[in-house]
Each structure stands twice: as structure tokens, then as C-alpha cells.
Design a protein around this ligand. Structure first.
Ligand SMILES: Cc1cc2nc3c(=O)[nH]c(=O)nc-3n(C[C@H](O)[C@H](O)[C@H](O)COP(=O)(O)OP(=O)(O)OC[C@H]3O[C@@H](n4cnc5c(N)ncnc54)[C@H](O)[C@@H]3O)c2cc1C
Length: 421
């Protein structure tokens, strides 16, 4: 059944040809066409929504994507100047495997898209201990990656001082550099995916917020229109628990602060001496990026965050949070701490109780699929997300889907790189 909207639905195509939609002989966009001509309405134009839209379109679904604002939406989690791309997940074989499969995808996109959206500048993780503590995120990642043949480079205090002079080596005793890691220009990537989706025939409707999810399956948008399709996919990130209140026991939205600094000498904060970094991240949550082309250094915290109770509440980084940033920078990157903060951003995680994504058919709403629960760490998997979500929509075998199925809420936990307290 074609996706139909009562009342003059508009198909929207992005201007400009760009690269056209090439079907990758790669995990990113498998063309397992099913020619069933089925239709799907996707709510949400972030990385979950657009990777799913492209993959389902490549499988001959008729795809309509509704975005509440402009694409990329300024408040979307996916919309920022950078996101970490890392293989480092402690001893977690599933996320490490997903990251290993995503990496060639990022490189393939760089090649196909004519410039680097992914910058393989390396990922340096340091701990404050003389030796990486056994069982820690750093020690487990080092052990697990070495065991899988990844050439990570042990970095002791003296190495840190010699190779990464911006760090206060007096504070950090041991860690390693993973040269395979880096960062992606996340907002720009979403823009590119949206452009390719438009070229592939995905109908993209901006400024069209979904107000209700109906058991047809269908959605009603705020302008009163009803959008029916064979499937409805909710890829609405941190807004999901507000759209589906029955999920509030399993998914909750948390606000995370981000700052952008502009140092006088951006060259001091560029690779190889200043790669993407984690500063005792498993215990403190602190991480950040090299200076980008505009000389901006982003710093953020992968920690508990603040609960978001109302999707309309004003956003902003608090003074208390800024004080915490300044104190951390003063200790760890004394020079960088003197740089002006040129922007701050409150960004939302859609946190699941166990830190794993939530991608599955709704057990009580036939034809409705939820793809959310990013828990602050899904962007790096963009090259494989589309196939994962499409396989789940089509109820096909997928090596990773079991972890992300609909499940009972249980004891709280988080992935190893996340500071929990
Ligand atoms: C501060 C911060 C730092 C992060 N750093 C990293 C990192 O370094 N590495 C990494 O891998 N991941 C990182 N993440 C996580 C990553 O950003 C997310 O996993 C990913 O972007 C989630 O994508 P999404 O599509 O689910 O959500 P979003 O990108 O938020 O997209 C959801 C979209 O749905 C739209 N929408 C919402 N409600 C409606 C509605 N009712 N109708 C229509 N549209 C609607 C929104 O406008 C938005 O465009 C970080 C996240 C944050 C917040």
C-alpha cells in the first residue's frame, strides 16, 4: 500500500544532483530488493531515520520521511560538528564487531562523497593510574583489541609528555592510542545522507511533526494529516519516550552538555599530537576532539547527564556544568582551558536502561517499529545502522538484532566508556 496522506501530501526533493545514489557493494546499503512495493512512513530525520530510509529504499520500499523541523534539525543528537568513531568498547564483542564493520564504510563514504566526512585521526585513551586498572574500560579495550590484532600503541606518562604535549602528563600515567579511531562530521553526514535519500526517491517532508502514532499503522501529523503505510518507523531519538509514553519505563531522555572552544593556536590541537581523546573516560566521562577546519575544539562528557522531563523545556548548558568543564580543562589541558568558549550545546541521549539501542517491532502496535535508545553512542555505526534497522523492519536475520530487541526494563547499566556517577 503506497504511503498516502490525506490532504495534498508534498514530496520534497533536495536541490542539486550531487553524487547520485550509488549502491554500495558494502554493508552500508545492501540492495536486497524485495520488490514488494511496500510502504513505510519514517518519523525522524536523524542518522537512524536517514540510514534506514536509504536502505529500505534500496530494497524497493516506498519511503516517506517526516521531520518535525529542518534537516538536519538543529536540536537533533546527530546534528553537531563531530562525533567519535571508535572501535574501543572494552571486551564487548558486538559493539566492537559493529565498529569494525563500520570503519570500512566510513572510508568508502569518504571515497564516494569526494571529501573526508570521517577523519581517521586516532583515538587516545588515558587513565590517571600508573597502570591501566584491570577491568577498566581502557585495560579491557586494550586487551580485547590487541587480541583481535588491532595495532594499538601503549602510551605511558613519558610517551604522553613527548607525543601529546597539550596534556598534563603529571596527571595521566597509562593508556594507549588506537590509530584506527577518529571522528565524523555528524551534521554534515546527515545532510549528505538526506541528499542521497532525496535522489533515491525518498519523500522527505520537513517541518511536519508527528503528533500521534496510530494502530493502523499510521501517524497523524500536527497539521491534522493522517499518513498510512504498511509500516511506521519511529526514529525520533530523545523525543521517542514523549511520543510513546509506554516506553518511559525503558527509555528516558537525558541532557548532555557540549562546549566548543577556539584556541589562538589551533595547530597545537591537531593530530598526530592531539587526536580524539578520552581522559579517564570510563570514570569521568570526559572526551574531546582535535581542532576542526574552523579551529574549533569540541569537549563533551559521556556521563549520566540531566533528565529531560518535558520536550518543550528550554535547552542550555548550566553554569554549574560550565564550571565542571573549566575545572577539568584547567587540570588536564591547562593551555586549552584559557581558550574562549565560542558555543555551548545541550544535546539529548535517548537512554535505554541497559545502554543498548532499542530497535524492534512494537509488541502491542502492529506495524509500528521503534529505532531509538541510542544511549549516546550510536552515530559511529552509521554505515551499518541502515541494514540493521531494515533487517528488523523486514524481520530478517541479523547478527546483532537480538541485543536491541524489545525487552523488559531491568537493572540500569551502560556501555563501558560511559561514566555512571
Ligand atoms: C552530546 C552528545 C554527544 C554524542 N557523541 C557521540 C559520539 O562521539 N559518537 C557516537 O557514536 N555517538 C555519539 N552520540 C550519540 C549520537 O549522536 C546518537 O546516537 C545519534 O545521533 C542518534 O540518532 P537518532 O537518529 O536516533 O536521533 P536524532 O539525531 O536526535 O534524530 C531524531 C530526529 O527526529 C526528529 N523528531 C523528533 N520528534 C519528531 C516528531 N514528533 N515528528 C517528526 N520528527 C521528529 C528530530 O527533529 C530529529 O531530527 C552523542 C550524542 C550526544 C547527545
Amino acid at each position: 500500500m503506497a504511503a498516502i496522506a490525506r490532504g495534498a501530501a508534498t514530496g520534497f526533493r533536495f536541490p542539486g544532483g550531487g553524487l547520485g545514489v550509488e549502491r554500495w557493494a558494502f554493508h552500508g546499503f545492501y540492495h536486497m530488493t524485495n520488490d514488494t512495493g511496500q510502504s513505510i512512513v519514517i518519523a525522524g530525520g536523524g542518522v537512524f531515520g536517514f540510514t534506514a530510509a536509504l536502505e529500505l529504499r534500496a530494497r524497493s520500499w516506498e519511503v516517506t520521511l517526516l521531520e518535525q523541523g529542518s534537516v538536519p534539525h538543529p536540536d537533533a543528537a546527530s546534528t553537531d560538528i563531530s562525533k567519535v568513531v571508535r572501535l574501543d568498547y572494552g571486551a564487548d564483542a558486538i559493539y566492537t564487531g559493529m565498529a569494525e564493520q563500520s570503519l570500512p564504510g566510513w572510508l568508502a563514504w569518504n571515497a564516494a562523497w569526494g571529501r573526508d566526512f570521517f577523519h581517521q585521526d586516532g583515538f587516545l585513551v588515558m587513565t590517571r593510574d600508573e597502570e591501566m586498572p584491570p577491568g577498566s574500560f581502557e585495560a579491557e579495550s586494550h586487551r580485547f583489541l590487541t587480541g583481535r590484532g588491532h595495532p594499538v600503541v601503549r602510551t605511558r606518562r613519558t610517551d604522553l609528555a613527548a607525543r601529546h604535549p597539550a596534556w598534563n602528563a603529571a596527571l595521566y600515567g597509562d593508556g594507549y592510542l588506537n590509530p584506527a579511531g577518529g571522528w565524523a562530521e555528524s551534521g554534515a553526514v546527515v545532510g549528505q545522507l538526506a541528499r542521497l535519500a532525496g535522489e533515491a526517491g525518498v519523500k522527505i517532508v520537513e517541518n511536519c511533526p508527528v503528533a500521534a502514532v496510530l494502530d493502523d499503522p499510521a501517524v497523524r501529523t500536527a497539521d491534522g494529516r493522517l499518513w498510512r503505510a504498511d509500516r511506521v518507523l519511529l526514529a525520533t531519538g530523545g523525543w521517542t519516550p514523549f511520543l510513546l509514553p509506554e516506553l518511559t519505563g525503558c527509555l528516558r531522555t537525558t541532557a548532555q552538555p557540549v562546549i566548543h572552544l577556539k584556541p589562538d593556536r589551533p595547530g597545537d590541537y591537531r593530530p598526530p599530537h592531539f587526536p580524539v581523546w578520552g581522559a579517564d573516560i570510563g570514570r569521568t566521562g570526559w572526551y574531546g576532539f582535535p581542532a576542526n577546519a574552523e579551529g574549533i575544539v569540541k569537549v563533551a562528557n559521556h556521563g549520566p547527564g540531566r533528565p529531560v522531563l518535558d520536550p518543550m523545556q528550554p535547552r542550555g548548558v548550566t553554569e554549574a556544568e560550565l564550571d565542571r568543564f573549566r575545572a577539568f580543562l584547567g587540570n588536564t589541558f591547562p593551555d586549552l582551558a584559557t581558550a574562549p568558549i565560542v558555543a555551548t550545546r545541550e544535546c539529548w541521549y535517548c537512554d535505554s536502561h541497559d545502554g543498548h539501542f532499542w530497535i524492534d517491532h512494537h509488541p502491542d502496535r502492529s506495524g509500528v517499529v521503534v529505532a531509538a535508545g541510542d544511549s549516546g553512542h550510536a552515530f559511529k555505526f552509521a554505515p551499518v545502522l541502515g541494514r540493521l534497522i531494515a533487517d528488523i523492519v523486514e524481520k530478517r536475520e541479523n547478527p546483532w538484532s537480538e541485543r536491541f530487541r524489545w525487552r523488559e526494563s531491568g537493572a540500569g547499566s551502560a556501555e563501558d566508556a560511559r561514566a555512571t556517577g
